[in-house]
Design a protein around this ligand. Structure first.
Ligand code: HSE
Length: 419
């Protein structure tokens, strides 16, 4: 019998308990052993009174229990779980975690500490989609050219409702929270940080690159209005929050931001809480992974798969996929050098010469305009909506800074990248 302890028995932890109980027969057939939850750690014992497992409020009841072989960390946060999992590894216990924030900061230290001890984290990226497995094992023969996808279910759920139903930002955010998709602090979702944590994990497996969230371009979905959605619809785009990792020579660009995606792209068709990730390998070509990226059962499905895999034992993949560092060292590309097309929304005074004044600034930064629309706003105001050809992040940032200072520009310019 294999005994596990779960630190954090919330939505996902409860689903893990129920899968292990209700699917016990198929799980033990696959694992070759019976798997039982010996203890679950919760903050509030009263809230867990309906659970069928033994409960404690002290994680050390799991860490100090010699009968527990696998520690499942589902508590969230960064430094506290880091300390607890270091302790688990010191005691020789295998670890399964769904904690992407922890891994975004400490994956290399944890890999170092784990050594031969199993440390698995499939549920940390894209919930129920086995993307870690695919990237680390299924595509291990390839150089990875790019990873691009929808990695945050909450944002995709919100953007889909805003696009299809004209729903308002705050109403759909509350709905995503109620459905259990959003992080405890939903700014992690809408600010793009959750997707960035996931992208960093994938980039380590694909490129062996050690970057922290603070070093990459991260923008979220706040500020998107029905004006932007109308523009997107008129030009055949949908709006998605994307995580992108792309190799360019010996550099890798990493970025998370909202993007206008052409309606006929596969990624544009991924709606609701679903996640979808395209991975292009130099030999396999494009592969696409699709499925539920959030929610108790989907996430728990990946957690339990890791537990089964550990119980089966045998030769394991190294935690981040590499047995030794790559000979060709890849560097993180400076975010200022990333190239993209851009959509810009400006609210301006509707007077003669304003458009000319604005387009002159575009020309000063050699940013070429692909399309422009003027829509009337309130009296003597208008919205100018621009789509540009490719330009660098540096030049668009400088342009926006200058536009912001023009008297004719009445509020902060708003920008979405076009992919
Ligand atoms: N809040 C996350 C999401 C949950 O919405 O995708 C899964 O990581």
């Amino acid at each position: 019998m294999t005994r596990i302890g779960i630190i954090g028995v919330g939505t996902v932890g409860r689903a893990v308990v129920s899968i292990l109980e209700e699917n016990a027969s198929i799980i033990s057939a696959r694992a070759g052993d019976e798997i039982v939850v010996k203890c679950g750690v919760v903050r509030d014992l009263a809230k867990g009174s309906d659970l069928t497992i033994a409960l404690s409020q002290d994680p050390y009841d799991i860490l100090n229990d010699p009968e527990i072989d696998i520690v499942v960390e589902l508590m969230g946060g960064v430094e506290l779980p880091f300390e607890l999992l270091k302790q688990a590894l010191k005691s020789g216990k295998a670890v399964v975690t769904a904690n992407k924030a922890l891994l975004a900061y400490h994956r290399y230290e944890l890999q170092e500490m784990a050594g031969e001890i199993p440390f698995e984290y499939e549920a940390s990226v894209a919930g129920g989609i086995p993307i870690i497995n695919a990237l680390r094992d299924g595509l291990s023969a390839n150089h990875i050219l790019s990873i691009m996808g929808i990695m945050n279910g909450t944002c995709n759920f919100m953007l889909t409702k805003m696009m299809n139903e004209g729903a308002d930002f705050n109403t759909v955010l509350s709905e995503a929270q109620r459905l259990g998709y959003a992080e405890a602090d939903p700014t992690f979702d809408i600010g793009g940080f959750d997707a960035a944590h996931k992208l960093l994990i994938l980039a380590s497996i694909a490129y062996g690159i050690d970057a922290k969230p603070e070093e990459i371009l991260i923008e979220g979905i706040s500020g998107i209005t029905q004006d932007d959605i109308a523009f997107a619809k008129e030009f055949g785009y949908t709006i998605k929050l994307l995580g992108i990792a792309k190799r360019d020579g010996d550099e890798v660009e990493l970025r998370v931001h909202a993007a206008l995606v052409k309606n006929d792209a596969m990624i544009a068709k991924i709606d609701g809480v679903m996640n979808g990730i395209s991975v292009i390998g130099d030999r396999v070509g494009e592969t696409l992974y699709y499925g539920p990226g959030a929610g108790g059962n989907a996430t728990a499905s990946a957690v339990v798969a890791n537990i089964i895999d550990i119980v089966r034992s045998g030769k394991r993949s190294p935690m981040l996929g590499f047995n030794h560092p790559l000979e060709e060292k890849l560097r993180l590309k400076n975010s200022d050098d990333i190239q993209s097309k851009y959509y810009l929304r400006l609210r301006v005074s509707d007077k003669p010469g304003i458009l000319a004044q604005i387009t002159r600034l575009f020309a000063n930064y050699t940013i070429s305009i692909e399309a422009v629309i003027q829509r009337p706003s309130e009296t003597e105001c208008a919205h100018l909506l621009f789509a540009t050809h490719e330009a660098t992040e540096r030049s668009i940032r400088l342009l926006i800074a200058e536009l912001k200072d023009l008297d004719a520009v009445l509020e902060e310019p708003f920008m979405i990248r076009i992919v």
